[in-house]
Design a protein around this ligand. Structure first.
Ligand SMILES: *Cc1c(COP(=O)(O)O)cnc(C)c1O
Length: 282
């Protein structure tokens, strides 16, 4: 793993782990014939679902917030090229997308057997997929950090941590106090229990989702990192280190999410599941 060398780190070591969390979140969600999910027009999750659908021969439907804008942006054009059917939901209905009423309407439209994945893809299966991440790192670290959008990635990393290690998430949304309950809820849904080895820092949202400030813009320029998720986490880590929030000698692994260096296996059928396993049933 590459080590981040930055001024002011002192005795704290920060290692960068490129890892695409979206394939991990989808891995145990692919046992369906038809998959419907939600996202904004630039959603990485929409893109990942479309790609998984193409690779696994699953019919995919992307329900996009707002109105259609033509020509399609690169995210949606890629999704369509992967075979995804794109449809739009006005903002008022989109806000109610997880209510039974809207879900019933979507099932009536797309078939009673359509599997509905939440926005961002965070559900129990996603948590189990992300729980595999810590096992791939070895033991030479103390804290794993990741950006937090909907919380599934953090919930999984926490669940997969060896004894004595901690997970720290950095919220990229403003007013994200609800995320702590959400992470606990996801862990309960996946494993019937919660863990107390994680926390979420809410101080580095820089104005909210996909917002930025001159300070963050400068950071993105300097470190050449993705701006919506990764930059906020890395900025937060460096700032906290300089404030002395980590004990000297702490080894931090920063998960650089959304990197295309995802091992191909992450897209493959999970091993150890036979075709009769409900997690992998078509
Ligand atoms: C979706 C995403 C996240 C956030 O993951 P959650 O499980 O929603 O918290 C972080 N980084 C990137 C690049 C993403 O696409």
């Amino acid at each position: 793993m590459e080590e981040l060398l930055a001024p002011g780190l002192g005795q704290v070591r920060v290692f960068l782990m490129p890892d695409d969390n979206k394939p991990r979140k989808l891995r145990y969600n692919l046992g369906h014939r038809r998959l419907l999910t939600f996202g904004g027009a630039y959603s990485n999750h929409i893109r990942a679902v479309a790609e998984a659908g193409r690779r696994h021969g699953i019919e995919t439907i992307g329900v996009i917030r707002g109105e259609e804008h033509l020509p399609l942006n690169p995210t949606l054009a890629y999704a369509v090229a992967c075979g995804m059917t794109i449809t739009y939901l006005d903002r008022a209905s989109y806000r109610l997308k997880h209510t039974e009423e809207v879900r019933a309407r979507l099932r009536a439209q797309w078939g009673a057997d359509v599997a509905i994945l939440p926005e961002g893809g965070s559900n129990a299966a996603a948590v189990r997929g992300c729980a595999e991440l810590p096992g791939e790192i070895g033991e030479a670290y103390d804290v794993i950090c990741c950006p937090v959008g909907t919380g599934g990635t953090l919930a999984g990393i926490s669940a997969g941590l060896p004894e004595g290690k901690r997970a720290l998430g950095f919220a990229v949304l403003k007013g994200a106090g609800f995320l702590a309950d959400e992470v606990a809820r996801l862990q309960r849904e996946a494993y019937g229990r919660t863990w107390s080895n994680w926390s979420i820092n809410l101080d580095y949202h820089f104005g909210g989702y996909a917002r930025s400030t001159p300070a963050l813009d400068g950071f993105i320029e300097e470190y050449q990192v993705e701006g919506i998720y990764v930059a906020k986490m890395l900025y937060g880590i460096l700032d906290l280190v300089r404030q002395g929030a980590f004990a000297p000698g702490t080894r931090v692994v920063a998960v650089i999410t959304g990197q295309p260096s995802t091992p191909v296996e992450a897209w493959d059928a999970p091993t150890g599941l036979d075709s009769g396993d409900p997690r992998w049933r078509r």
